[in-house]
Design a protein around this ligand. Structure first.
Ligand SMILES: C[S@@+](CC[C@H](N)C(=O)[O-])C[C@H]1O[C@@H](n2cnc3c(N)ncnc32)[C@H](O)[C@@H]1O
Length: 201
């Protein structure tokens, strides 16, 4: 599957490569940064080895997919990813997990999400959708033993159903740690981030 993804990324970057000689996701500059940071100056063998290391790591990178309900917000995110040089490996799919299977089918059919293929799931959207969306993803069989799910804002605005589910499933389907935090960008309002490891599979 990594091979497939690598070819898909190559194909996506091809128009930019033909036009500009670069793939458009910042990989060439990142490669030069890596060589400068890791190979001693004047050592051509080390420079070549560093290029190989960089290319191997790039090929192994796990792809990031985001599901976003708002097309406008998706566009904002894409602008930032492009500016940060990661547009080639981060993709935003406009939709919701709860839209009757349409977005889930898109993730499977167009973005190669397969059984056991999700290593990390970050949940930070409509709080009432945390639990049903997680269950829908679990139902598809996309998690594997050791998959990690991180859920933000479980106390404020709060996802009590999700928290209750994780408590009920403690040691059964999930192993959860509740991290005490604060609501973002201030230090007054206490919040919770739940980090859960999948025990099934
Ligand atoms: C709190 S923001 C995400 C912030 C982001 N995680 C960050 O840390 O910068 C929540 C986003 O979820 C989107 N959203 C709300 N309900 C959704 C749903 N059911 N499915 C997908 N996205 C949803 C909103 O449009 C909004 O862009």
């Amino acid at each position: 599957m990594n091979g497939l993804r690598r070819w898909a990324r190559l194909a996506l970057g091809m128009p930019s490569f033909v036009r500009t000689g670069q793939f458009g996701d910042g990989r060439e500059t990142a490669c030069a940064d890596f060589v400068e940071a890791t190979a001693p100056r004047g050592d051509v063998a080390a420079a070549l080895a560093a290029i190989d290391t960089f290319a191997t790591r790039e090929a192994m990178l796990v792809k990031v997919l985001s599901v976003e309900f708002s097309a406008a917000n998706a566009e904002v995110a894409r602008r930032i990813w492009a500016h940060a040089g990661v547009a080639g490996r981060v993709t935003c799919v406009v939709g919701t997990i709860g839209d009757g299977g349409h977005t889930l089918d898109t993730l499977a059919g167009e973005h190669d999400v397969t059984a056991g293929g999700v290593d990390l799931l970050f949940i930070d959207h409509d709080k009432s959708a945390y639990l049903p969306d997680l269950l829908a993803i679990e139902e598809r069989g996309w998690l594997h033993r050791g998959s990690i799910v991180v859920a933000d804002n479980v106390r404020i605005p709060g996802a009590p159903g999700y928290r209750r589910y994780m408590r009920e499933q403690q040691g059964v389907r999930w192993d959860t740690v509740e991290h005490k935090t604060h609501v973002e960008y201030q230090s007054l309002l206490p919040d919770l981030v739940l980090e859960s490891e999948y025990l099934v599979g």
